[in-house]
Write a protein that binds this ligand. Sequence first.
Ligand SMILES: Nc1nc2c(ncn2[C@@H]2O[C@H](COP(=O)(O)OP(=O)(O)OP(=O)(O)O)[C@@H](O)[C@H]2O)c(=O)[nH]1
Ligand SMILES: [Mg+2]
Length: 242
Amino acid sequence: MPGAAAAYSTQVPPSTRPAALNADPDPTFETAQFALSVAELAEINAARLALLPEIAFVGRSNAGKSSVINVLTNQRRLAYASKTPGRTQLLNFFTVSRRGAAGALEPCAHLVDLPGYGFARVDDATRLRWDQLVGGYLQTRRMLAGVVLVVDARRGLTAADEELLAWMTGRARPDALHLHLLLNKIDQLATRERHAARLAAEQRAEGLPMPTTVQIFSALKRDGVEELRMVLAHVVRQGARV
Ligand SMILES: Nc1nc2c(ncn2[C@@H]2O[C@H](COP(=O)(O)OP(=O)(O)OP(=O)(O)O)[C@@H](O)[C@H]2O)c(=O)[nH]1
Ligand SMILES: [Mg+2]
């Protein structure tokens, strides 16, 4: 019957719908808790990390990855833990939850803070380790549902960012991965420059095999947090179905 599905979804209160038709509740990013740090991909499996959709934060060192995670989760020091010596070259996992039907918190996703790149100079061995860890994760990690590529809006995408994109496009199913280009530090730009930065990113996004969204952001001013949460809630809901 044409239109039946639409009528059903608008007229039946959510609590009486069959479970399959209920939208998953959104993640409560404020619940983020540190879960695990690993130096090698094999450690993730060894640690028996819960199988939840993962959202990775990648980008140049200093682009603001940790600041973005802290603003997203409304916690001042959550991701700065990854700045402490010894942790800088690790993948850091944080668990986020949502409120279940009975009001209890249920883990629903992992945020993953990846080590930055673009350090002034690193030796070949360090570079190789980084390639294996970050490249391997982006190209092969099956739980990866979304990537937030944090870019300094003043610089735009760099050659190193392109390398990350190449790993993502090299996935078996790049179309199943959501890419969010987050142009950070727009508090440093005039309105006209913000538009130009967004336009350049949107043009780059065209032709990528991943569904891609673009957003301007300021971790410093907390500008764009709600939009970021909406996009990531969508990614988590999609990821839970894969
Ligand atoms: N003006 C401005 N500065 C910012 C913003 N976001 C982050 N910063 C600053 O940029 C610097 C780097 O931020 P981090 O969050 O540590 O960057 P990161 O990408 O995690 O860096 P690594 O962990 O080294 O890879 C810090 O001094 C932040 O205070 C922003 O939106 N605006
Ligand atoms: Mg950081």
